[in-house]
Ligand binder design. Sequence first.
Ligand SMILES: [Zn+2]
Length: 138
Amino acid sequence: MSKDLFSAAGFYEFVEEKKLMGTKCKSCGELFLPPRPMCSACHGEEMEWVEMGGKGKLEAFTVTLYGPTRMVEAGYGPKNPYCVGIVRMDEGPAISAQILGLDLSKPEEIEVGTPMQLTFINRTEGEKEVTFVGFEAA
Ligand SMILES: [Zn+2]
């Protein structure tokens, strides 16, 4: 079970179950997202999984016209751009993810601080159905 490792692999197993999980240091309570096996605050190695509530705020974003192949294959491109942002969770840590529900034709009107709600994006990559973390303007 990768979930025992407090690693990226464990993180993605939870994402497949549509759960956004961070790790919390048992010594000092610091939260990490994506998870880390070791605490960068106190160097503690005792971690536990903590599920994020799913609410946060947009902290930074970019609108991408020319994405990597997997995004082009998903139908994104200059005529259908997508947005990737950093969302600061209410619990404290921040995560980078695709942002849905914004008017990307007017990126100058997108505001940092916009409330965000966790969602999950399913995409077929090759022959596999893959689940990604995403956020939607709340
Ligand atoms: Zn710690």
